[in-house]
Design a protein around this ligand. Sequence first.
Ligand code: ZN
Length: 375
Amino acid sequence: MGRDVARGCGPPRMKPGVGAFVPANHAPAAQGGAWPPPLSVERVGSCPLCGSPDQRPLGGVPDAGVQEINRYLPPGIGRFNAVTNELCACSACGLHYLDPRLDGPSLAALYKGWYRFAFPRIFDQWYEAQRAAEFRDYHLRFLDEVAPNRGSLLDVGTGSGAFLAVAREGGWAAEGLDLDADAVEEAGRRHGLTVRSGTLQSALGPDERFDAITMFDYLEHTTSPSCDLDTAVERLRPGGMLAVRVPNRAGWQSRLMGLGWLGIISVHLTYFDESVLRRALTNRGLEVLRVYQGNFRPVTAILSQRARWLRSRVSREWSASPAVADSAGPRGPRPKGFRRNLARLLWSVGIELVDHAGGWFQAGNNLLVLARRPL
Ligand SMILES: [Zn+2]
């Protein structure tokens, strides 16, 4: 395969920051109609990575992500309509991608629904602490191993700044970039971080170069991964490192579940495996140094999170139990939910352990590649 064709570098879709922490009762401003707007799709027609029009249909996938967001929208506003995504494979470079895919306004509405309503109700500051542990124990450690001198770092799609804060603590002169204005403000408020609002193509000065550029859970969200990779390579100093993490299409969950893989959702526009990502980087003149496949979550953090979750569930159900409400004495018998919650806990811990095992066999659910621009 020849070098990836550079496609038009229009403004990419908004990548969801990890946290637009707006109060849940703050509905997004309706723009000329009720919110949420109807979701509509657009035809892509060619591979967003290599530009080839040759594609092979793989099948339709009802989007569980939209249903998930709908569950958390408050009463009094509408619901997103159901979406079925069509997945196809590029015959030239092997990338899988959605075609058709949601158009720009639909994706923006979906991100707003997620980050204003669903995200704050599902994740808390403890989740952010887990993300920080994940970045510290894996991503930053891997980066430090290949770039011990550290230097300047740009984190693209930085979200609430969890990785940025960890990188700064680790000695990098780190700054972030995000399209989501809420996320930019939140990162500054939480961590005192420098986060620019904008895109790789729009937010940087003409001469700015970096010793490292990181894209964690970013590339699969952009409409033009080709453009973003091109720009990132241009913005690296000679010898600079590019670190890219995406969901792994060749991970055990995807292999086992096929089109039922939970990673196939409307906001994931592209699906990489190691060979596709490797080629995309080497075709741009980068040298791939390390490839990791895993779930990158510290086991201790997972166990601690599950224990917290179980404790909160049991205590809530206990206090709601009629046996407790009617009893003037010590706690009544265990509510029925205890066993169910315990079963869910054991199931989720089991899944985590399988996830880790997938990493040992190079079939983890996330793919992290470190590549260097030659001197
Ligand atoms: Zn392609």
